[in-house]
Design a protein. Structure first.
Ligand code: FUC
Length: 325
């Protein structure tokens, strides 16, 4: 079953498995900006690329970590080396219960103490709300013990109105002076300045411009797949603006979060069967994953991030704003 929220500007489609957003349509142009699987069952079966799902309890890559002197071994779903996107059965692979209001839909689920290696049971939810031209994503979670929490939404965007045209033509602004460097397993280990690197998106530029630049961090990841440290300003910060020169459609991202992972869809391949009867291909769509600092307990500068407990409620918020000019 698909749940639909609609106002005069936007129409959003959701499914309860993984609390996925499977379509977001700009009603003025009729363009759906979310690239998703052709068959809804694919989300439930294995969801290649974690398409359009909620990710947790830790988004991105993490290795074993210490919390208050106690070692925690994460469930390692990638080659037994590290954990990606919450483990073998992360928050993307849960059936959520659903509540629907006039302009909102709330998905709720829970994880057990020790699940995928993390301490503390956690009840969590994501509420999507339509507000004019904006979709608001509100996350809420309450752990029973001190633990780390960093959820995200893994939506794949393409604003070209035709996913057969890649996102390499999209222009992107990222409000970040620093990014996290990746080791050979794509595990983030420390911050570096974007200045004088192809990872600098502080002035809007086409994604295709520097994606193949001769730069070690791009070679490791096969393109952009990096956590950017948002230049925070107040509670909500302007994180990113994405624009297609083909359609003039743009998407602004605002968030309370510290990080946005910009993933240029480098691993999308022909095994992905995409809605509209299209085969997947590299750079077909991109993700702007607002979240906490990935692997925070293992990076000294960020070891105090993402920590929540019974008295520290988790309430991050992200806003996607669509405009067609
Ligand atoms: C993003 C990337 C990963 C991975 C996944 C499907 O979050 O950071 O590299 O490919 O999506």
């Amino acid at each position: 079953m698909t749940y639909i929220l609609k106002n005069e500007h936007l129409e959003a489609h959701f499914i309860s498995f993984g609390a996925c957003i499977v379509k977001l349509i700009d009603l003025k142009t009729g363009i759906n900006i979310i690239v998703g699987h052709e068959d809804m069952e694919t989300y439930r079966k294995n969801n290649p690329g974690y398409m359009n799902a909620i990710i947790g309890r830790h988004s991105g890559r993490i290795t074993d970590f210490y919390l208050d002197g106690k070692r925690h071994e994460v469930a390692k779903n990638i080659n037994g080396i590290y954990q990606l996107h919450g483990g073998f059965k992360g928050f993307n692979a849960k059936e959520y219960s659903v509540e629907v209001g006039e302009d909102w839909i709330k998905f709720s689920a829970s994880a057990e103490d020790g699940e995928e290696g993390f301490p503390g049971a956690v009840a969590f939810s994501v509420t999507y709300r339509l507000r004019g031209r904006e979709l608001h994503l509100l996350y809420e979670a309450e752990p029973t013990k001190k633990t780390i929490l960093s959820l995200t939404n893994h939506a794949y965007f393409n604003l070209n109105g035709d996913p057969e045209k890649s996102i390499l033509n999209h222009e992107l602004f990222l409000n970040a002076d620093r990014y996290l460097m990746l080791d050979e397993n794509f595990i983030p280990y420390g911050a570096a300045l974007v200045e004088n690197t192809p990872l600098d998106f502080r002035k809007m530029k086409p994604i295709g411009q520097d994606i193949n630049a001769n730069f070690e961090q791009l070679k490791i990841a096969g393109g952009f797949d990096h956590p950017y440290l948002v230049n925070r300003a107040g509670e909500m910060s302007h994180v990113a603006t994405l624009r297609s020169p083909l359609t003039g459609l743009s998407l602004e991202v605002h968030s309370t979060e510290d990080v946005v992972v910009f993933y240029a869809g480098n691993m999308i391949n022909e095994d992905y069967r995409i809605a509209g009867g299209i085969r997947g291909y590299k750079n077909m769509a991109l993700c702007l994953e607002t979240q906490g600092v990935p692997n925070s307990p293992n990076i000294p500068e960020f070891a105090d991030r993402n920590l929540y407990g019974p008295n520290e409620k988790y309430t991050p918020k992200t806003v996607w704003k669509l405009a067609d000019n």
